[in-house]
Design a protein around this ligand. Structure first.
Ligand code: FES
Length: 362
């Protein structure tokens, strides 16, 4: 457990100016679907939910005990549904995890705070996208498919959807309905551990892109971390310019000790982190294997966190003293940020005692 020496002076949740506008939403309907629970969120005041572009994600925020937490989830429903006050997300339960388990257990009627939709994984003029999806990574593509079916996106979308087997494939009902609704949407199942006449075998990869691409296409990918490692080796054989390959880095960074370059001497260590930039100075205890974002959440300190994968930059902070480990696959800082000593809390693991100044504060 983190120790917070200024417990009585904790800033109130979401009241600080550093938080983006949030909507109060109710968990309206929960439906179990394979390894996920489909959650339909409804805006509590009955108004339209904040508009979004197909491919964007939401950041759900809540207080768990004394901690303030946020986790990102891609929207799989149509932007049109937001006009009626709804978003659909697919949430996986992680029983051993802290916030991942809490959000995975959300019940109908619960109120959550939802930050305005974010993310740049949105079509911007492409005519054909070959989507490589792994597991729950299909969600942003389903939202795009829904927007195509609604006539809001002018795009041909072929989704190569990777799972171990048909049994593991989630959101089958939605997939069938969207293919029915638009000839421009195709979903090809790809199973790695099962032979099926109606599906491809193996993984969504360059071989299958070549088979299904028709015209002037781009390749977009969304899935678990190992899928990106594989695709970085595999996709270059397509000979596409880098700008025509996009990967949604939605994987939360965890288990740093398994990643390249992590110093073994830090395994199991605990450090002290001094946090500056709030009304008071906070000194909290940090575990080496947790990103600093989790450390600050446990101590109920307010800061912006959305993507949890180092991409959005909202959790930027200045590392005034100390050393952190940032996995190379999660390194999205600009050269300028690195030169200035900026870190992203969600992808920074402490390797020593640290002093961190939250961004935007002098
Ligand atoms: S929450 Fe997006 S970079 Fe950390």
């Amino acid at each position: 457990m983190s120790t917070d020496q200024n417990e009585k002076k904790r800033p109130e949740i979401f009241s600080a100016g550093r938080f983006s506008p949030v909507q109060e939403m109710e968990v309206f309907k929960v439906t179990a679907d394979k390894s996920v629970r489909k959650i339909l969120l409804k805006r509590k005041d009955g108004k339209a939910a904040n508009a979004f572009k197909a491919g964007q994600y939401l950041s759900l925020q809540s207080r768990i005990g004394t901690s303030l937490v946020a986790r990102p989830y891609s929207i799989y429903t149509s932007p049109k549904l937001a006009e009626e006050g709804f978003y659909g997300i697919a949430v996986e339960d992680f029983p051993g995890a802290f916030a991942g388990h809490w959000f995975g257990q959300l019940k109908e009627g619960t109120t959550v705070r939802v930050a305005a939709p974010l993310g740049n994984f949105v079509p911007d003029g492409q005519k054909e996208i070959i989507a490589l999806a792994g597991g729950s990574g299909i969600t942003p593509f389903l939202s795009m498919a829904a927007a195509i079916a609604d006539g809001e996106l002018d795009l041909d979308l072929t989704i190569l959807y990777g799972n171990t087997s048909r049994e593991a494939e989630m959101l089958q009902e939605e997939i069938a309905a969207l293919q029915e609704a638009s000839e421009r949407v195709k979903v090809i199942s790809v199973y790695s551990e099962e032979k099926d006449k109606e599906a491809e075998s193996g993984f969504p990869d360059a071989r299958l892109v070549k088979k299904y691409a028709r015209g002037d296409y781009e390749v977009w990918a969304c899935g678990p971390g190992p899928m990106y490692d594989f695709l970085k080796e595999d996709l270059p054989q397509l000979g596409l310019p880098a700008a025509r390959i996009r990967m949604e880095m939605s994987a939360v960074t965890k288990d740093p000790e398994l990643l390249p370059g992590y110093p073994p001497e830090a395994i199991g260590e605990r450090y002290t982190v001094k946090v500056l930039g709030l009304q008071d100075v906070y000194t909290i205890s940090a575990l080496a294997h947790e990103p600093l974002s989790a450390t600050l959440e446990r101590a109920a300190l307010p800061f912006q966190t959305h993507c949890r994968s180092g991409v959005c930059g909202w959790c930027s902070a200045l590392l005034e003293e100390g050393e952190v480990y940032c996995p190379s696959a999660s390194e999205f800082r600009s050269e300028k940020e690195r030169f200035e000593g900026k870190i992203r809390l969600c992808t920074s693991f402490p390797l020593s005692d640290c002093v961190v100044r939250l961004d935007g504060e002098e």
